[in-house]
Design a protein around this ligand. Structure first.
Ligand code: NAD
Length: 352
């Protein structure tokens, strides 16, 4: 066995149908009594309902969370937090809302309780991506990692099927990249394969019936494991490309991951087929890349960057920024091959 180091991130996880009813207990566990609840504008009603449910522990709702965690929004939320003398944060939602809670805790170290409602996995990572003056930067810090996460599958019944698919593939991308990054280790690789396997069986069942209880539980369980992998080990080409494309062309986060995954895997798999063989075998495919592509196509996932508004004229610029200050990758970044990768993703071609 190769040498490895493993450091576990300490997050308390409360999982189960109806687990949202434990919010009061979890806030008290912090020794807190004045929670500010965060959400996107879309989930404001849910946030307000939660505030009523836990009254008098909630002192307010800030429903201004938005994609890419703009620093201006964080400042606005921090002003409200202080004005209300709040003493903890409850983030109810997906990666955008969780990102806001993390950005606040990064600045004021408030304890965070996350009630996760997508499969993005951000709730179990000490990573924050935030945007200021149009530039997205990423920071890692202990204060960013939420202390407690509640996973209640019932809250994901309302996640539209299209988003369930792309968010689930976003989760898979964390795990699959975790199988070949430099910091990989036997524990995270075990979690990665279990996470991908849970999502592989759950996502088709959700497409068939969005209210399938077992499938919703399985997908949330899988997304937790995949998020833990992302938060424990590093990232490589796939996340770098998604970051570059998402940031430069303002693309939807989960769709970008879903489209690029088979292509980035095909690129890297050539260098480390043995590390991705368990994924190929899980999908009963010759290669992990073709297995992932066929799986995504079978779910009805978006396949073409072109459908997100990317055009051929963007690819040169994208290649240039992707290959400048690249993350480490098992197959080094060759500009001409990266350009080809992006061309394949633009057209949604099945990787060879
Ligand atoms: P999101 O949080 O932007 O949610 C998309 C939309 O779906 C929002 O309007 C939201 O309110 C709504 N929604 C969420 N859950 C719902 C539900 N159960 N039912 C109905 N609607 C629901 O999407 P996301 O993909 O979860 O998050 C994307 C963001 O997270 C990006 O900014 C990305 O950079 C970040 N992210 C960060 C990390 C990290 O570790 N730092 C990891 C993954 C993603």
């Amino acid at each position: 066995m190769r040498e490895f180091q493993y450091v576990a991130n300490a997050t308390r996880v409360v999982f189960g149908e109806g687990a949202v009813s434990k919010v009061i207990d979890e806030v008290r566990r912090f020794g807190a009594s004045r929670a500010l609840i965060l959400s996107t504008p879309f989930q404001r009603t849910d946030a307000e309902a939660l505030a009523q449910q836990i009254a008098p522990l909630a002192v307010g709702v800030f429903a201004g969370a938005t994609m890419h965690t703009p620093v201006d929004v964080t400042k606005e939320a921090l002003l409200l937090f202080d004005a209300l003398s709040a003493d903890c944060i409850i983030a109810l939602g997906g990666g955008s809302t969780i990102g806001l809670g993390k950005a606040m805790a990064y600045r004021n170290d408030a304890p965070q309780l996350v009630v996760a409602t997508t499969y993005a996995g951000s709730e179990v990572t000490p990573i924050l991506g935030q945007t200021e003056n149009g530039i997205k930067t990423t920071v890692r810090a202990a204060s960013i990692l939420p202390e407690t996460v509640i996973y209640d599958p019932v809250l994901t019944y309302s996640l539209p099927v299209e988003m369930s698919i792309t968010s689930g593939l976003n989760a898979m991308a964390h795990a699959i990249e975790g199988l070949y990054v430099q910091e990989r280790n036997p524990i995270t690789s075990m979690m990665a394969l279990e996470g991908v396997s849970a999502l592989k069986s759950s996502l088709p069942a959700i497409v068939a019936n969005p209210g399938d209880r077992e499938a919703r539980s399985g997908a949330l369980y899988g997304s937790w494991l995949c998020g833990v992998v992302l938060g424990t080990v590093g990232m490589a080409l796939h996340h770098k490309l998604c970051h570059v494309l998402g940031g430069s062309f303002n693309l939807p986060h989960a769709d970008t991951h879903a489209i690029l995954l088979p292509h980035t895997v095909a690129y890297t798999e050539k260098a480390i087929p043995e590390l991705l063989a368990p994924v190929a075998s899980l999908f009963a495919a010759k290669t992990a890349a073709s297995g992932l592509y066929d799986f995504a196509a079978g779910l009805g996932a978006p396949l073409r960057l072109r459908d997100l508004g990317v055009s051929e004229s963007n690819l040169e610029h994208a290649t240039q920024i992707a290959t400048t200050n690249p993350y480490w990758n098992p197959r080094p970044l060759e500009p001409a091959a990266i350009r080809d990768l992006l061309q394949g993703a633009l057209e949604g071609v099945r990787p060879a």
